[in-house]
Unconditional design. Structure first.
Length: 403
């Protein structure tokens, strides 16, 4: 990692950040950057969210920021968290704390001015790194720098105890392994496997959030394979088996070969059986959004018709899902044909058929479908050809009515 100084990064020059640090007493060691921003900067990754920790209690924080003219929102006062609203974006600031009581889902905390106590309540050593906002000096209480260098995701303290405090740490262990790790820490892996049934106590929304993030991480395929091999997901997602892992591996291969960005819903669909009912059951269990549920159900079905027909009928996103996931397809040329394709609109309305003599009602809708099907089969020809099709279909319909 180099020395014990946080390297320069563009996010550190965000407007208002220095003013926030000084308002919280960073020059006296009373505020530091913490967590993902520090970790990702050390890894040379882009930083999205910036978090700070401070010795000041929430009320004192609010007063200090008001005095400095910095707007703040009390987003989680009982846990010591406020959000400072800077011109360059929000920064979450949390009072140093330690856990008094935990039940696997929620924690009761007490505030402290002990930096190491605050670090000790965090999940992994790589997430317990702090940096002075003004000098960049790093503070590492549990060997996080060495673990980050080694690609080692390691719990702080006893893994079983950390999992008992928050069961979600099981999934976070595997997500961080997929994103940052090279090989699992044996003690951490053993604890996650031993306590996998604890996942059943979690809300399904929290499970879905972690799983969907994991599925697009750098090493998602081997990590999910490890989870399935060790039956970690079985308590909450028994539908995911070794066959699903094989489909996920093929999905990731085609995405890479065809230069399609990894997608969490598509990859979840790859893990599931080719069964719409199973997909709907999983979507309901994970409380996915309506859009995600619909997409998951479409993705597990076989791809019928050409690529552009699929894109027209399902939308580009779902068409690409089907082409990648259907074992009979997966051809990059088909996918490339629709990636930037502007889906056309049938240049014909029902009123044009009524003007040609078709009575208003179901016959208009039926004829429109027939014309549309022919238009699709012919490769979406221009408006002149659609007019010809409309003439032909209406003539046939009117003749059959007279007869």
């Amino acid at each position: 990692m180099g020395g014990m100084i946080l390297p320069p990064a563009s996010w550190r020059d965000r407007a208002g950040l220095d003013s926030l640090a000084r308002a919280l007493g960073a020059e006296r060691g009373e505020a530091r950057f913490v967590g993902g921003a520090v970790r990702d900067t050390l890894l040379g990754l882009a930083v999205a969210d910036v978090d700070m920790a401070t010795v000041h209690r929430p009320d004192a924080m609010l007063a200090l920021l008001e005095q400095a003219g910095i707007r703040s929102v009390p987003t989680g006062l009982q846990h010591g968290t406020i959000t400072a609203i800077l011109e360059s974006g929000p920064v979450e600031v949390t009072t140093l704390r330690h856990d008094l009581d935990t039940d696997g889902r929620h924690a009761t905390v007490a505030f402290t001015d002990d930096w190491q106590a605050d670090a000790a309540r965090r999940d992994f050593t790589m997430n317990a790194l702090y940096a002075d906002p003004l000098t960049g000096e790093l503070f590492d209480y549990f060997g996080g720098l060495a673990d980050l260098e080694a690609g080692r995701v390691r719990f702080i303290g006893d893994p079983l105890q950390r999992i008992a405090e928050d069961h979600l740490r099981i999934l976070r262990f595997f997500r961080f392994l997929a994103r940052f790790g090279d090989s699992p820490d044996p003690a951490g892996l053993a604890a996650c496997v031993a306590r996998s049934n604890d996942l059943m106590a979690l809300s399904r929304e929290r499970i879905a959030d972690e799983l969907l993030k994991l599925l697009v991480a750098r090493s998602a395929v081997p990590v999910v394979a490890l989870m399935v091999e060790q039956s970690v997901l079985t308590p909450v997602l028994p539908e995911i088996t070794g066959e699903g892992v094989a489909r996920l591996r093929e999905c990731a291969r085609i995405e890479e070969e065809c230069a399609i960005a990894p997608d969490s819903v598509r990859r979840l669909a790859a893990l599931l059986p080719r069964d719409s009912k199973a997909a709907e059951a999983v979507a309901a269990r994970l409380k996915l959004s309506n859009a995600q549920r619909k997409r998951l159900g479409l993705a597990v079905q076989h791809a019928h018709g050409g690529a552009r027909e699929l894109a027209y009928r399902l939308g580009t996103e779902s068409a690409i899902d089907r082409l990648i996931l259907d074992p009979r397809r997966g051809d990059c040329s088909e996918i490339r044909a629709i990636v930037d394709w502007q889906i056309p609109v049938l240049p014909l309305k029902g009123g044009a058929l009524v003007q040609r003599g078709i009575a208003k009602g179901p016959d208009v809708a039926r004829l429109l479908r027939e014309i549309e099907d022919q238009w699709i089969a012919e490769g979406f020809p221009d408006a002149a050809r659609v007019e010809q099709l409309a003439d032909e279909k209406t003539d046939q319909a009117l003749r059959s009515t007279r007869n």
